[in-house]
Design a protein around this ligand. Structure first.
Ligand SMILES: [Zn+2]
Length: 445
């Protein structure tokens, strides 16, 4: 299949940050083969048609790299909006309901629903961390998204494994099963610094490192995590990861809210990345990660939504705007955290955090064709002076017109090509009603 997208503003996010205000992109098979200004295109329309190219007129929209959600829990759609403003929501709502209601079928259905939402929002790659990840990976495969399925590892066990070693065994099988898959991989994802022993952390890290997949976990997120580590080991979460020997370029720490200058130097020195989940962090009143400092030191920072229970929306447009707002406000500087840097967090930096930067995250020949066409016809998208600014401050998920992953069109004119989200929603709602979620009053309305 050969496609050319013409009449677009191309935001490449390549190293030079080239923008082609009247540009085109050629896709052949799964890859981008050409990108440039319209004037450099040698073929005429007739020649393109004659030689079998499908031509997509971008109608002056903005073509950007597919966005990368570096931290998510796809299986948690049923929890969205549950006890949102409750002080101890995790223990009152989430953990008990997870034990009572979460199973393989619900995790798979929820993941399929969440992936529909991600694609419609322009997210083409997702790093997931949840349970029953063999089903999640299968759904990633079927829906066409690019993804990493992270099997949660916790010492006290979770709803799909009674202990850390069983979860590590599941992770091993998952990694093996997707070893040669072009879009999907598996990994062992320890839950957090304080819910896994150093031994479990080390086993997971060794497995991930050996298989060249990310090692991701919640870190420097919770007040009690910091207090416990300080009291027990006399160190910060990042120092603890370093002492345990699991901090290196494979490590993607989710949240990284509470970081000392020493932590930031360690992250820099070890080449580790941070997944910044500002929507989730702000809603839970956990604090604001020092993104400006991290970026200044060259630590890669990607954006994540966290799960639908934590951040509610799965779209990165919301995260981009929140990130801008919080960093500018914290530094009392309107010029801090410019839109270009924020788009890079949503795209190429996110890819770097997940070790996927050779494949995706920018629009360049040789990269996989993961791209999003953001239309500029809607009222909120006029005028456009600067495409970065338009993407961060004006655009929303509703402006996503087309989405390509590995050259395949998964969203076309704001509709999913292969999935029927309404029927998935119905199936998920029915499944929830048959479970402990059905006992929650609101659902009967
Ligand atoms: Zn999380």
């Amino acid at each position: 299949m050969k496609t050319i997208i013409t009449n677009v503003i191309v935001v490449t996010m390549d190293v030079q940050r080239n923008v082609y205000t009247e540009g085109y992109v050629k896709i052949e098979g799964t890859k981008i083969t050409e990108v440039g200004p319209a004037g450099s295109l040698k073929d005429t329309k007739e020649e393109l048609e004659r030689t079998g190219w499908e031509i997509r007129d971008g109608q002056r929209g903005i073509l950007m790299p597919g966005m990368i959600n570096t931290h998510c829990h796809l299986g948690m759609i049923p929890f969205r909006g549950l006890g949102d403003d409750c002080k101890d929501r995790l223990r009152v709502f989430l953990l008990p309901m997870e034990q009572k209601a979460m199973d393989r079928d619900m995790a798979a259905l929820s993941s399929r629903y969440a992936i529909c939402e991600l694609l419609l929002c322009g997210v083409t790659t997702v790093m997931d961390m949840y349970y029953f990840e063999e089903s999640v990976a299968a759904v990633m495969d079927q829906t066409g998204i690019r993804g990493i399925a992270g099997q949660t590892v916790m010492d006290e066990g979770g709803c799909d494994a009674p202990d850390a070693d069983t979860a590590l065994g599941k992770a091993r099988e998952l990694i093996e099963a997707y070893k040669h898959h072009p879009r999907i991989s598996g990994c062992a994802a320890p839950h957090a610094t304080n819910t896994c022993s150093p031994q479990s952390l080390k086993k997971a890290w060794e497995m991930d490192r050996r298989n060249h997949v990310p090692f991701t976990l919640h870190a420097a997120e919770m007040d009690y995590e910091l207090t416990w580590l300080a009291k027990t080991f006399g160190c910060t979460p990042i120092e603890y990861l370093d002492r345990t020997g699991v901090l290196d370029s494979h490590t993607a720490a989710a949240h990284g809210i509470h970081l000392t200058d020493g932590d930031i130097s360690l992250l820099k020195q070890k080449g580790s990345g941070i997944s910044h989940c500002i929507g989730s962090n702000a809603k839970a009143a956990k604090g604001v990660a020092p993104v400006l400092k991290l970026l200044k030191e060259g630590v890669p920072v990607g954006l994540g939504t966290d799960g639908p229970a934590s951040g509610n929306t799965l779209d990165l447009f919301t995260q981009m705007r929140l990130c801008a707002g919080f960093q500018k406000n914290e530094s009392r500087d309107r010029s801090a955290m410019p839109a270009k840097d924020i788009v890079s967090m949503a795209t190429c930096q996110g890819a770097r955090v997940l070790g996927l930067d050779k494949k995706t995250g920018s629009i360049e020949p040789g990269k996989e064709a993961d791209m999003v066409l953001v239309e500029t016809d809607s009222l909120n998208m006029f005028p456009v002076y600067d495409p970065y600014s338009a993407l961060v401050y004006s655009a929303g998920a509703s402006n996503v017109r087309d989405v390509y992953v590995a050259g395949t069109r998964l969203v076309w004119d704001k509709k999913l090509v292969f999935e029927d989200p309404l029927s998935i929603r119905k199936e998920l709602a029915d499944r929830m009603k048959q479970s402990a979620f059905g006992e929650i009053e609101e659902l009967h309305g």
